[in-house]
Design a protein around this ligand. Structure first.
Ligand code: ADP
Ligand code: MG
Length: 380
């Protein structure tokens, strides 16, 4: 494989500058700037209709941008047709040739370009995707996951600098999808080229990508490493779309050193200034459900923790953890995930409880944003 990879090593960074797309008066993608470093696994994540496929197709050359430029490996490819760009695309519908066997499906690009040493290259590629023993089968004799790997092999054999993947695992059932996520990640690490992966599945993006661009309504809302987006969401959409967040309407009442003092849910809480994404006085105070400790109402809480008193409304045991819904004294509902270690038998629906967490695990967002953006319950 190594010597075949050399063209890709030249440089597969993707640079989008002011790239945008309108259809008549509708803006599918607002002009955006984005750099995908060479060799990275990059995910475009967002709900259906947010402009992911349009963005990917503009990189591929399958869609003509209304504005902006596309650079791949430093070369301006904006005016080039798809086949002259150093990219290949894998779609959700694998689009394998049904009448050709697996070997010939993978060999297709090489044969069309009149290349020699086809056999060795195809064999190497089938080995990479762990389908060596299936070379003489037809596509319909393979499982969905195996067919998807053939589609990846067929794209990679052309030595693109960048592989574009549009919801490639969308047709697979959950278990197979999880398996293929790890498989694709392994292949990407092995070949070392840039992958741009489109998905609406936040867990998939977090599992696979080095960097995620979260898209909403044709814009990139936030870009960063999975853990960074999760711990430091910059908008309510990102806070709700990536995992789950408790967002409490709060008023900033003052400051104390590094911290802001807030009044929320009938209590006085704090958040580090560094974790406040806004100067506004009205904010949404955020905390992830697993950061909160839930204890029976009689428990003592250590100094310096954020603390809310409430009543358990609902609890559901889901094996690895228990999920509680708690109504605070201020009338807000807060979700808490507690790992199953030592459960307090008194913490049941109706019981008085106290919730507490480290203020460093809170974040504050401008209250001008819809509090339920990205929950699936928000108006589209
Ligand atoms: N050819 C087209 N004509 C008009 N509208 C389009 C066309 N292609 C896509 N759109 C619209 O642009 C928006 C973004 O589409 P798309 O990029 O496919 O979203 P995603 O892949 O995130 O689901 C959608 O609202 C879609 O309906
Ligand atoms: Mg799409």
């Amino acid at each position: 494989m190594t010597e075949q990879q050399s063209p890709a090593a030249v440089g597969g960074d993707v640079r989008l500058t002011g790239i945008g797309k309108t259809y008549g008066s509708f803006t599918a993608v607002h002009p955006l700037d984005l750099t995908v470093p060479q060799g990275s696994f990059f995910a475009l994540l967002g709900a259906s209709g947010c402009g992911k496929t349009t963005t990917l197709r503009m990189i591929a050359g399958l869609e003509e941008p209304t504005s902006g430029t596309v650079l791949i490996g430093g070369q301006d490819v904006t005016a080039l047709p798809p086949y002259k760009r150093p990219v290949n695309t894998v779609f959700q519908s694998y689009a394998l040739f049904p009448h050709l066997d697996i070997f010939e499906n993978v060999a297709f690009g090489l044969r069309r370009r009149g290349r020699k040493d086809v056999k060795k290259q195809v064999e190497d590629m089938l080995e990479l995707v762990e389908l060596g023993q299936y070379a003489r089968r037809k596509p319909h004799q393979l499982s969905g996951g195996q067919q998807q790997r053939v589609a990846v092999a067929r794209a990679l054999i052309n030595h693109p600098q960048v592989l574009l993947l549009d919801e490639p695992l969308g047709a697979l059932d959950l278990k197979l999808r999880r398996q293929m996520q790890l498989e694709l990640k392994r292949i990407q690490t092995e070949v070392g080229i840039t992958f741009v992966h489109v998905t609406h599945d936040q867990e998939e993006a977090m599992t696979m990508a080095d960097t995620i661009a979260v898209m909403n309504g044709g814009r990139v809302e936030q870009l960063g490493a999975p853990a960074e987006l999760y711990e430091n969401p910059a908008t309510t959409f990102v806070a709700n779309f990536l995992g789950q967040s408790n967002l409490l309407p709060a008023d900033v009442t003052g400051g104390a050193g590094e911290d802001l003092l807030l009044s929320a849910a009938g209590a006085r809480l704090t958040v580090p200034r560094a974790r406040c994404a806004t100067e506004a006085r009205r904010v949404h105070l955020g905390v992830r459900p697993e950061k909160i400790t839930i204890e029976h109402g009689s428990a003592e809480v250590a100094e310096g923790r954020n603390r809310l008193a409430g009543t358990v409304v609902d609890s559901s045991f889901i094996g690895v953890s228990t999920q509680y819904l708690v109504r605070t004294e201020g009338g807000q509902e807060v979700t808490v995930f507690e790992q199953n270690m030592e459960r307090d038998a008194r913490v049941v629906p109706g019981a008085p409880v106290v919730l507490h967490w480290n203020p460093a695990h809170s974040f504050a967002l401008d209250a001008a944003q819809a509090i339920d953006a990205g929950t699936g319950e928000a108006a589209a």
